[in-house]
Design a protein around this ligand. Structure first.
Ligand code: ATP
Ligand code: MG
Length: 565
């Protein structure tokens, strides 16, 4: 059932390691990975890289990938996050089948392992407080020194650890530590804490426990209990690997998964830490975890990003051990690539300017055929109503345009997409303010569908909607969440000072062609000339709301060039 090497040659260095293991017969040809989120926040696009990698390896080698909640810290973890994580992984298109686990399911096993290490003389109860412990730990250049509690007897340690579990001591009074080496050059090996006291109610185990294991101890044991073969994690755990291996060797009876580290995803113009994202949410600087400005998977989903686009992005950026930062524009390009293929086209006017077609009958409606997609006839067609009054975009008309302006100007013709060629005859202004209120135009009935029979050249084509038939909608335009590429770059400056106040612009007087009257949340369209749009989660037939996912082109590339030149 399992393949012997990666089907299409190694995709990245982790695939090469798996290939080697399969060749040498390690793990009896089994490949088992896991995605281990801590349920202390919503998943973000960085997690998508890890999800695609772990589930991808399992898929490519006909192995398995578990979803495991690393729920060992009840102070910050919540059921809401667990539910959101389950939804996000499913939405991305991955399936853990029946293998959804919780580290908290193993609390009794962790406890047994800790007792085993105490009996082996490899763990002890320590009464130093946090400050003292830091002082005893030493520094990168100076060795640490032994805790005065390091030489407690086995009996005393067993008794104290049992009483820690029984709730006899307050938070912080004691910890259980591994007995390794206080002079190790690797600080992680200087008698790291295994258990701490937290009188907290856990989302799953309730008040059964008041001692909770530390990540480094719980993680490797969970991997071993689940028979994981390749424990893939991000580079910051590289220095923890000796500890990962130490615990498993000392406990001995378990299989020994291999920890492999890769470089985490960083993206420009955003932050990618649950702690920082939570800060934005709780200080109400964004509208919740699913705010379309957020790099959270639920935010990107609400914005209109597709699972396909995110998976293809993760595939393209690859997996290495080199820290790097990917341009946000690259992610957006992957989204465009997907949306271009899958979205129907439609017309919407975001900043309406009224046009009266003076030679078009008052009550007439002319239904024009329009294809939903230029290259995909399967998407079908719809009928776009043309009437005496229409809307165009305000910036598609200029009174005193530059020479290369090919849209509408006084006395000139322009083509209305799918409809007719019109000519602007008169500009009507508000007497008081001088603002343009409407345009009077004439249409050429001989140009139905948009082409002139006499072959006269019309350079510009603009989009429009019927004023009588269009539906009103709110359209939200998004920009980068931060106005600098690396908002966390300066330790002395709060990343929130770089929030981009123009990241959300809401337009409430937009008009959409009537074919879209019954759209449902998450439906996606290309509004011609304007970009890709997604119906908002909270949109209803009475109050339509669209989010712009991305513009049609990378306008940032142009801006960047202008800045550079
Ligand atoms: P954060 O720093 O955002 O709080 P985390 O590492 O604490 O993230 P976990 O829930 O522990 O979040 O992460 C689950 C898995 O996702 C881990 O294996 C972690 O290494 C991986 N992961 C987290 N952030 C990224 C990222 N930016 N790129 C790739 N993988 C990531
Ligand atoms: Mg973590």
């Amino acid at each position: 059932m399992t393949s012997t090497v990666a089907p299409n040659g190694p995709k990245n260095f982790i695939y090469s390691i798996v290939d080697e293991d399969l060749k040498s017969g390690k793990n009896n040809g089994r490949v088992a990975t896991r995605f281990p989120p801590e349920p202390n926040g919503y998943l973000h696009i960085g997690h998508a890289k890890s999800i695609c990698l772990n589930f991808g390896i399992a898929k490519d080698y006909s192995g398995t990938c578990n979803l495991r909640f690393d729920d060992t810290n009840p102070v910050t973890e919540e059921q809401e996050y667990i539910n959101a994580i389950i939804d996000a992984v499913k939405w991305l298109g991955f399936d853990w089948q029946e293998r959804m686990y919780y580290a908290s399911d193993y609390f009794e096993r962790f406890y047994e392992g800790a007792v085993f290490l105490i009996k082996k003389g490899r763990a002890y109860v320590c009464d130093l407080n946090a400050d003292e412990m830091r002082e005893y730990r030493g520094t990168l250049t100076a060795p640490g020194k032994d805790s005065p509690y390091r030489h407690r007897s086995e009996a005393e340690n067993l008794d104290l650890f049992a009483r820690m579990r029984a709730g006899e001591f307050p938070d912080g009074a004691k910890v259980l530590r591994a007995k390794i080496d206080m002079s190790s050059p690797n600080i992680n090996m200087r008698d790291p804490v295994m258990y701490r006291i937290r009188h907290e109610t856990h989302p799953r185990t309730g008040d059964k426990w008041c001692i909770y294991p530390m990540y480094d101890y719980a993680h490797c044991v969970s991997d071993a209990l689940e028979n994981i073969t390749h424990s893939v994690c991000t580079l910051e755990f590289e220095d923890h690997r000796p500890l990962y291996d130490w615990f498993l060797e000392q406990i001995g009876t378990l299989p020994h998964p291999q920890q492999i580290e890769f470089a985490r995803l960083n993206l420009t113009y955003t932050v990618m830490s649950k702690r920082k994202l939570l800060e934005l949410v709780s200080e109400k600087l964004v509208d919740g975890w699913d705010d379309p400005r957020m790099p959270s998977l639920i935010g990107l989903r609400r914005r209109g990003f597709t699972p396909q686009a995110i998976r293809s992005f993760c595939e393209k950026i690859g997996v290495t051990k080199q820290e790097s930062t990917v341009e946000m524009g690259y992610l957006e390009e992957c989204v465009r690539e997907d949306l271009n293929v899958v979205t129907p086209r439609a017309m919407a006017v975001l900043n309406p300017l009224r046009i009266i077609i003076t030679n078009f009958p008052e009550d007439k409606v002319d239904y024009l055929d329009a294809a939903y997609h230029p290259n995909d006839p399967e998407m079908g067609t719809r009928q776009v109503p043309f009437t005496r009054e229409i809307y165009i975009e305000q910036d598609d008309f200029m009174e005193n345009p530059p020479k290369e302006f090919f849209r509408l100007r006084l006395g000139q013709e322009v083509r209305l997409r799918y409809a007719y060629i019109i000519k602007c005859e008169q500009v009507v202004k508000d007497a008081a303010t001088g603002a343009i209120t409407e345009l009077h135009c004439t249409y050429d009935p001989a140009t139905r569908g948009g082409s002139a029979l006499d072959g006269r050249k019309i350079k510009g084509t603009i989009h429009w909607v019927s004023a009588a038939k269009a539906i009103k909608a709110e359209v939200r335009l998004y920009d980068r969440l931060f106005n600098v590429a690396n908002p966390s770059g300066d330790k002395d400056v709060d990343f929130k000072t770089y929030l981009n106040p123009k990241a959300l612009v809401s337009l409430t007087n937009c008009f959409i062609e009537p074919a879209l009257a019954k759209v449902k949340p998450e439906e996606k369209f290309q509004f011609e000339r304007l970009g890709y749009f997604c119906v908002d989660f909270a949109s209803t037939a009475e109050k339509l709301v669209f989010n712009r996912t991305v513009t049609l082109k990378d306008s940032w590339a142009k801006t960047r060039k202008q800045h550079e030149s």
